[in-house]
Design a protein around this ligand. Structure first.
Ligand SMILES: Cc1cc2nc3c(=O)[nH]c(=O)nc-3n(C[C@H](O)[C@H](O)[C@H](O)COP(=O)(O)OP(=O)(O)OC[C@H]3O[C@@H](n4cnc5c(N)ncnc54)[C@H](O)[C@@H]3O)c2cc1C
Length: 297
């Protein structure tokens, strides 16, 4: 039935393509093709795609900035939706509403330019707004939900709804949205001196550049921090820094980052994850849980 998707989705504004390589859309540059790749034009088109895929029993996933996904070398069955067309940023006083497809760096640039503060803790995270909300991306200094006031989402039936912040239950690196797709997010920020905002951005960036392999291909942190500890500390203490599997290596700068040296594969990445988990488990009795989302196996 999924081979009919192009025909059935004719009413959806935007592109519907078959067999599209996903590697270039991920930060790690790994993975095979999506059986179907959808780029809806507007929110109603996303809703139509969701409802149609549901009615045809076609599995549907949403790809944001591709900075926290590991895609199988054989690719993924069903539809992958990309929300790059939901790219508007609208200001209303101290409130900023951004489409799910806006990149965090462009959102941060926009807030900085108009002297709105609050999102500096997200500096350097290569996500889209939708992915940042879905993962409640952040650092020890703050998370995406800290300044969020409401979301527009589409649910698994294709219904668009507005969710106020108090109806959300975000946790550590999880926006708690289950199978709802973020269409846009509104943040309540505060006015501040643009120079002071810029200085906080610069300080955040400097710290990140010194402690993470930002210039290399990765998925950010591979494992979630276990309660009261840091996965990176455990991996380093287990002697895994610079451990390799094929073209993937545990970063020598930050051990919870695995970097693609050149032509690493998903299989290499998974083999390295397995070895690192085994070593950490045998040394510390802690079984690391993945933060990276693994698609298509
Ligand atoms: C160099 C580097 C540094 C990083 N630093 C940090 C950091 O400091 N803090 C941090 O938290 N993370 C960090 N990350 C990880 C990553 O950026 C975050 O997890 C981010 O939230 C992923 O967003 P994305 O848009 O890239 O989503 P993707 O990687 O495309 O997707 C991640 C998950 O979100 C879902 N998703 C994406 N868009 C939507 C949507 N619109 N609606 C619903 N679900 C959606 C996907 O289906 C998937 O399950 C880093 C990654 C890299 C490569």
């Amino acid at each position: 039935m999924s081979s009919d998707l192009q025909v059935v989705l004719r009413g959806m504004r935007g592109a519907v393509r078959h067999n599209v390589s996903l590697a270039a859309l991920t930060h790690l540059r790994v993975g095979g093709p999506a059986e179907w790749f959808l780029e809806p034009f507007a929110e109603e088109d996303v809703a139509l795609a969701v409802a149609t895929c549901k009615s045809l029993d076609v599995p549907l996933r949403v790809l944001g900035g591709g900075s926290n996904v590991l895609i199988a070398d054989t690719g993924v069955r069903g539809a992958v939706v990309h929300l790059g067309n939901l790219n508007r940023i609208v200001r209303d006083g101290n409130r900023i509403t951004a489409g799910a497809g806006v990149t965090l760096p462009s959102l941060l640039r926009a807030t900085k330019e108009v002297g709105l503060a609050g999102l500096e803790t997200l500096t350097g995270i290569p996500a889209q707004v939708g992915g940042a909300v879905a993962m409640n991306a952040g650092t020890r200094d703050g998370e995406t939900f800290d300044h969020l006031v409401s979301l527009t989402v589409v649910d698994a039936d294709g219904e668009i709804r507005v969710l106020p912040r108090d109806r959300c239950q975000p946790r550590y690196r999880d926006g708690g949205l289950l199978d709802q797709i973020v269409l846009q997010a509104t943040f309540d920020l505060r006015q501040d001196d643009p120079k002071a905002i810029f200085e906080r951005f610069a300080a955040s960036l400097k710290k990140r550049n010194a402690t993470q392999p930002v210039a290399q291909r990765s998925v950010g942190c591979v494992f979630r921090n276990p309660p009261g500890d840091a996965a990176g500390r455990l991996i380093e203490a287990a002697g895994c820094k610079t451990l390799k599997a094929g073209g993937i290596e545990v970063s020598g700068l930050h051990a919870n980052y695995f970097v693609n040296l050149a032509d690493g594969t998903c299989q290499d990445f998974l083999a390295l994850m397995a070895e690192v988990r085994r070593r950490v488990q045998s040394q510390f009795g802690i079984w690391l849980e993945p933060e990276v989302k693994i698609w298509g196996l």
